[in-house]
Ligand binder design. Structure first.
Ligand SMILES: O=C(O)CCC(=O)C(=O)O
Length: 303
């Protein structure tokens, strides 16, 4: 197990004004040029059919096996509708899930976008739609330098429009929202609060700002997604899960949280509280799979 953070990388080049010219000049294959352009311009790209359907089915079968072998644990982890909660780090249990996370095309795109070898930090598997309000991922996946993170989401089955599809705001990743003022505002609002309470309030205030402003930053898009399609989003892209018209419909998906091997991913305490250009202390190790770094970030668990 390694625990190195490695050198600090330069600021993320695809966020620079000359990104388009650099993408064109990089001599990459056409699909990768198109994907990197879309990611830089729109904050999200859909890679159609990037995952083999059979691998998606294997991951779903593994999920069934996991639930069968852990029936009591599953029963203790149901939400208000009687559905399983989200399953964290299923790739630590299922080889099929891990193979989805290390998809060669996705990793090739991320290597290019990061300018550094990409790896997997954590994952979430969903059997039902998340119905998550619009949010940016940056507070939960904070890096130094910033934005060395992509969400890589796979449709494990075709997504029914009534099952609460993924949505995002196209082009809304550009406006910069600084973290520090939200912590300062939390302190003003609740001067007697402890650190954890202040950080939670700062996160609420930050999320509120994203919810309010995303519609003016970009255009709401709900892509149609079929089994094997992969969505890659920029760390700052506002996105979420639409309300499900029929919450009993299944909406199988797995999302991998990816960053370069040499960059550690930090949580909202660091996002709001860490000062300076150098990263906070490393917080997890990695192991290698096929030459890629996979985070040692906890076992498979419902949350
Ligand atoms: O799958 C979804 O509905 C939303 C996923 C999401 O927002 C996330 O993983 O950050």
């Amino acid at each position: 197990m390694a625990t190195k953070t490695g050198p600090v990388l330069p600021s993320l080049w695809i966020d620079d004004p000359d990104a388009d010219a650099r993408i064109a000049a990089a001599g990459q294959p056409g699909w990768l040029v198109d994907a990197a352009r879309a990611l830089a311009r729109d904050g999200l790209v859909v890679l159609r059919g990037a995952q083999p359907r059979e691998l998606c089915e294997r991951a779903i079968a593994d999920y069934g096996d996991y639930c069968g072998a852990n029936a009591r644990y599953v029963a203790a982890n149901l939400d208000g509708l009687g559905h399983e909660k989200r399953l964290v780090n299923f790739h630590r249990t299922s080889e099929a899930a891990l193979a989805l996370g290390l998809n060669a095309r996705v990793m090739q795109l991320l290597d290019f976008v990061f300018g550094a070898e990409a790896g997997v930090y954590t994952s979430l598997t969903f059997k039902y739609g998340t119905q998550q309000p619009v949010h940016r991922d940056t507070p939960h996946f904070a890096t130094w330098p910033g934005r060395y993170f992509c969400g890589c989401w796979t449709a494990l089955r075709d997504v029914d429009p009534a099952a609460g599809p993924l949505f995002y705001y196209r082009g809304a990743h550009r406006p910069v929202v600084a973290a520090a003022p939200f912590l300062a505002e939390a302190k003003v609002r609740n001067p007697r609060a402890g650190r954890a309470e202040l950080l939670a309030l700062a996160l609420d205030l930050y999320n509120g700002e994203v919810i309010r402003r995303a519609p003016e930053w970009g255009e709401l898009v709900t892509p149609e997604l079929a089994q094997g399609d992969v969505v890659v989003w920029h760390a700052e892209t506002p996105h979420g899960g639409s309300p499900a018209q029929d919450p009993e419909l299944l909406r199988w998906s797995i999302v991998f949280h990816c960053a370069p091997r040499v960059v550690q991913v930090h949580q909202h305490d660091a996002f709001f509280g860490h000062v300076g250009e150098l990263p906070p202390r490393p917080r997890y190790g990695t192991f290698d799979v096929g030459g890629r770094a996979v985070g040692v970030t906890g076992d498979t668990a419902f949350m």
